[in-house]
Design a binder for this molecule. Structure first.
Ligand code: CUA
Length: 337
């Protein structure tokens, strides 16, 4: 091959490579990492991307050069030269891609193994998914429960145990990379090691019903000392018996219902303001507190107009204790503000 041809192909390859690299680097394809696992996933992504850019630039250079140089001239009806393949070239373009694909596979396998390793002393957290809310339980901390947010200490390995009480959900924190389906009847695991302070969204990424798009929560990463303080405070708050406000939050009522004093405004189920409940109880011909309790444990018995049957889980009679239900009824229907 002439030297000029090689120089021209290399030039085309460099131009294409730089252009594609700019697309890869300048557009923020991935969120900024907030966990060790996401760091490794990001490394794998870039490892594969660099290989892809190099191969793409090489192929593009050869194609663009060939299309321009070997174009048939108008009026030229002659056959091309008889070519019988090139064994050396075929070995090269088989071996190099094979090596690259194996390398990507090995890197991915190593990262998968590392991302599944919770280390020797992980913080255990149980994530419970339910239409349409997340609940967080800390078995290491006397089964402490949190319905509002998942609070994690910075830098500690966290082993999440994921369970669903109804349908398939999927747990995902984009900044932390790890993602896992919650399949009813099975127990899934996921390891997260937070590396950045702040709040990050938790998103359900499996279509799980009418309120799927509202099934969001927050993970808040705090310093270890602040985490201990949060545990103490939350435990002290729970120690005085479950408050109605606490049950409302931990049971995830706000995932579907609007209630001003709880600061929720979801529209999946009817609003739970006292005046609304009084009107509904009157329509149902029941005393207010009885109507509210029945609506919690047997939600499909009375369905308000404009709302659909079968959306609210019928499991609260089992998952909440009678004390919790009483507290919730008092919170929603009681006289106190
Ligand atoms: Cu739960 Cu989508």
């Amino acid at each position: 091959m002439r030297r000029g041809a090689i120089v021209r192909m290399v030039a085309i390859g460099v131009v294409v490579g730089v252009a594609v690299t700019l697309v890869a680097v300048l557009i923020p394809w991935l969120p900024d990492s907030a966990s060790k696992e996401m760091d490794r996933i990001t490394f794998t992504y870039w490892f594969a991307t660099v290989i892809c850019i190099a191969i793409f630039a090489l192929v593009a250079a050869v194609i663009l050069y060939s299309v321009r140089t070997f174009k048939v001239q108008p009026g030229d009806e002659s056959d091309g030269p008889p070519i019988h393949g090139h064994t050396g070239l075929e070995i090269v373009w088989t071996v190099i891609p094979a090596v690259l694909v194996v390398a990507i596979g090995v890197v991915s396998a190593v990262v998968l193994a590392q991302n599944g390793d919770a280390g020797t002393n992980p913080l255990q957290v149980r994530i419970v998914g339910q239409q349409f809310a997340w609940r967080f339980e800390y078995p290491d901390e006397d089964d402490l429960r949190s319905g509002r947010e998942l609070v994690l200490p910075l830098g500690r390995n966290v082993e999440l145990e994921l369970v669903s009480v109804d349908v398939i959900h999927s747990f995902w924190v984009p900044e932390m990379g790890q993602k896992q389906d919650l399949v009813p009847g099975t127990l899934q695991r996921l390891v997260i090691t937070p590396t950045r302070l702040g709040s990050f969204p938790i998103i359900c990424t499996e279509l799980c019903g009418l309120g799927h798009s509202t099934m969001r929560s927050l993970v808040r990463v705090v310093r270890p000392a602040e985490f201990d303080r949060w545990v103490e405070e939350t435990r002290a708050g729970a120690a005085g018996g479950d408050s109605g406000e606490g049950v409302f939050a931990s049971a995830g009522c706000g995932g579907c219902h609007a209630l001003e004093k709880a600061g929720t405004n979801a529209q999946i189920g009817p609003p739970l303001e006292r005046a609304e409940l009084e009107r509904a109880a009157e329509e149902a011909g029941q005393p207010l507190e009885q109507f509210v309790e029945e609506s919690i444990v047997d939600p499909n018995k009375v369905i308000r107009s404009n709302y659909r049957r079968g959306v609210m889980p019928e499991t609260y009679g089992d998952t909440l204790s009678q004390e919790q239900i009483d507290a919730l009824v008092a919170y929603l229907a009681g006289a106190e503000e």
